[in-house]
Each structure stands twice: as structure tokens, then as C-alpha cells.
Design a protein around this ligand. Structure first.
Ligand code: HEC
Ligand code: HEC
Length: 326
């Protein structure tokens, strides 16, 4: 579960009379490509890694057991869609799609090109613009190879027959989203692991760390507060604030060594949907510790290297405030 990378409501658009225009505007969309992605074992494994771990597609696209630590995905329903709770404060009813291979209620009848277009360009099979809470603007940076790997993996998701309602955004967001999709301008090359910081930045982009770990204004990180934490996430009576993961020595992770950073994630690698402890206010989190703890160590080290390069933000965060104080 992640939060609002949604539309900036620019008054300029409204004031400039652009609004009526947006209401009738069709999203910028290129026709889906007619590519047929070749299936290989390596792509299947890479796709699984992205879906279950790094990009946590499953976290947004599956029903989860929120009584247990970090909300493990409910067995047998992986990828079958989810309606986000109203208290998250999204602009309307936001429903993630059923991505399983079911031909009627999932992606079974979609072409590879249609899936690729939705993933990185934000346009659904029927041509409608997707709400950018689905982070397609970030996935636009996803390499072709990674995107193909996801297609290969999605085809293997066991079909779950489950009709998900359509998202219903409030006015004016429902029109403003029409202006968000952008066709890719060309092939997207992979980022070389040899440049540890750049590769780490790629992982952080696909992992959507910034959206959760920055103070947001209408879904967009407030300038100068990137990775400084403090954004609040409510779930029923529970509340968590994201941590400050900038290199600030006192309020961030400035004093953490690379090994400590890796150990924090790996500390959850034995936790499973079965043995996860119960979740309550003192340990409530939406950080995907189960999925991210399975990242390759090399990837965690690259993420750390990139996070050392972001500007330090001074912001002390109490992630788990006492009940009654919020
Ligand atoms: C932050 C939550 C979130 C994450 C992470 C996320 N999605 Fe989505 N996704 C959504 C939502 C919400 C929608 C529906 C948007 C709408 O209705 O406008 C969606 C829509 C889609 C669609 C279009 C389905 C349709 O019927 O139009 C595809 C395909 C998709 N997501 C694939 C993925 C993949 C693959 C990943 C991981 C790389 C992923 N998503 C990660 C929230 C998310
Ligand atoms: C869905 C929202 C969300 C996303 C996405 C997310 N985090 Fe977090 N993260 C949190 C929250 C909330 C906390 C505080 C509670 C906790 O520790 O579980 C946290 C805690 C952490 C901590 C612990 C910091 C400390 O001081 O103990 C680290 C490190 C971290 N996140 C790194 C990352 C990285 C790296 C990524 C991207 C790969 C990421 N997070 C993505 C929500 C998120």
C-alpha cells in the first residue's frame, strides 16, 4: 500500500479556462505495440522479483491481512485487486485492478502491448487515463527488459475470478487525470550496476521509496522535504508516520553504516504470512518489510549508496505515536 502520487491541482489550469478543455480531452496515448514478449526463465524470475519484492505491485493489487505485521498478501488472492480504504484520504474511490490471468476479470485477454502501455504510459486497455496513484510516471523509467519481465510473470499469476469496481475520482481530479499519461519517447535502456549510485536511484524509483518517505502535498513530495519522512498513513484507528531516511545525523539515518541498513531489512527475511506477529499501534507499518527483506543484498547496498547522496533533511519523526496523541 502506498500513497497518493496524485495530480497536482494547478490553479493555472482551472483559471486559464483549460478546464473545460480537459473535461473533454482524451489522454495522450500511442496505440499499444504489437510486441509478443518472449518467455524466458530469467524474465519470469526477474518479473517475480519486481512484482513481489522491489516494486511491490502485489502490495497495492492484492487483498491483505492487516491484522498481521506489515499486512501480508492473503494466500490464493495475489494480484486480484484491492479497494483502498477511505481514511487514506485519496480523492474518491480508488480501486486497483485485478492483474491475474483470468480472461474476464483480469488481464488474461490483454495483449502484451496493452499491459506495457498501462504500466509505463498510464493508459488502460479501453483508452482511459489511469489515476497516477498507480505510479506509472515512475515506471516510465523502468527498463524495457524489466517491463517485459513483468509481462512474463503476470501471465503466470493464477487466475482469480473477481470483478473489481472502477475507480471513481472526485471532481475535478477525474478530469485532470486525462492530462497525465505520456507515451514513451523510445526504448528504455537498463541502468548499469557498475554505477552503484545511479543503479540505487533506479531501484529507489521503481520501489517508490520517495512517495512514502516524503511529506506530501496533494500526492506530490513537498520540495526540500524529499525522503525526510513524517507523512502520516491511517488505517482504521492505527496511524504510522514514515521514517526520515535522509543522511541527517540526528533525525535521519546519517549514522547508519551500510551493514546496519542491510541488516535492518534482512531482519525480516524469516518473517512470512504464516508467522508474522499481530499488528497494533506500537508496531503498525505499511512499509513492505516482508517483500523488501528478500531484496538481493547487492540491491540494498546500492539503495543505501543512493540515499547517502540525497540532501539531509532535519525532521524528527515519531513513527508510532501513543494512542490518544494523534
Ligand atoms: C501505489 C499502489 C500501486 C502500485 C505500487 C502499483 N499499482 Fe497498478 N494500479 C493501481 C491502481 C489504483 C490502479 C487503477 C487506477 C485507476 O483505476 O485509474 C492500477 C492499475 C494498474 C493497471 C491497469 C489495469 C486496468 O484495468 O486498467 C495495470 C496493468 C497495473 N496497475 C499493473 C501494475 C504493476 C505491474 C505494478 C508493479 C510494477 C503496479 N501496478 C503497481 C495501484 C498500484
Ligand atoms: C508504502 C509506504 C512505504 C514505502 C513504499 C517505503 N517505505 Fe520505508 N517506511 C515506511 C514507514 C511508514 C516506515 C516507518 C515504520 C517502520 O519502520 O516500519 C518506514 C521505515 C523505513 C526504514 C526504517 C528507518 C528507521 O529509522 O528505522 C527504512 C530504512 C526504510 N523505510 C527504507 C525504505 C526504502 C529504501 C524504500 C524503497 C525501497 C521504502 N522504505 C519504501 C513506509 C514506506
Amino acid at each position: 500500500m502506498k500513497k497518493f502520487a496524485y495530480v497536482v491541482l494547478t490553479l493555472a489550469v482551472l483559471a486559464g479556462g483549460g478546464f473545460g478543455w480537459l473535461a473533454s480531452k482524451k489522454p495522450q496515448a500511442a496505440p499499444p505495440s504489437d510486441i509478443k514478449v518472449e518467455v524466458t526463465e530469467a524474465r519470469l524470475e526477474r518479473g517475480r522479483y519486481l512484482f513481489e519484492h522491489l516494486a511491490d505491485c502485489e502490495g497495492c493489487h492484492s487483498p491483505r491481512d492487516w491484522s498481521k505485521y506489515a499486512g501480508p498478501v492473503i494466500a490464493g488472492q495475489r494480484g486480484s485487486g484491492f479497494e483502498f480504504p477511505a481514511e487514506l484520504g485519496l480523492p474518491g474511490k480508488v480501486v486497483s485492478a485485478n492483474l491475474t490471468s483470468d480472461p474476464e476479470t483480469g488481464l488474461g485477454a490483454w495483449t502484451d502491448g496493452e499491459i506495457l502501455r498501462a504500466l509505463r504510459e498510464g493508459v488502460s486497455k479501453d483508452g482511459r487515463a489511469l489515476f497516477n496513484f498507480m505510479p506509472y510516471e515512475h515506471y516510465a523509467h523502468m527498463s524495457d527488459e524489466d517491463a517485459y519481465s513483468l509481462v512474463v510473470y503476470l501471465r503466470t499469476l493464477p487466475p482469480v475470478r473477481r470483478v473489481m469496481p472502477r475507480s471513481e475520482l472526485i471532481f475535478p481530479v477525474k478530469y485532470l487525470v486525462n492530462d497525465l499519461p505520456r507515451p514513451l519517447s523510445g526504448p528504455v535502456a537498463p541502468v548499469s550496476k557498475a554505477d552503484k549510485v545511479k543503479y540505487g536511484e533506479y531501484l529507489v524509483t521503481i520501489g517508490e521509496c520517495k512517495t512514502c518517505h516524503s511529506k506530501l502535498d496533494k500526492g506530490v513530495p513537498v520540495a526540500g522535504r524529499e525522503f525526510g519522512g513524517g507523512e502520516e498513513f491511517r488505517f482504521g484507528d492505527l496511524l504510522v508516520r514514515s521514517a526520515n531516511i535522509t543522511p541527517d545525523n540526528e533525525t535521519g539515518i546519517g549514522t547508519w553504516s551500510e551493514d546496519r541498513f542491510v541488516a535492518k531489512f534482512k531482519g525480516f527475511s524469516e518473517m512470512t504470512a504464516e508467522n508474522a506477529p499481530p499488528m497494533n499501534q506500537s508496531n503498525f507499518t505499511i512499509m513492505m518489510w516482508l517483500g523488501l527483506s528478500r531484496l538481493e543484498e547487492e540491491d540494498l547496498r546500492a539503495i543505501y549508496a543512493y540515499l547517502r547522496t540525497v540532501p539531509a533533511v532535519r525532521n524528527a519523526v515519531d513513527s508510532h505515536p501513543q494512542p490518544g496523541t494523534y
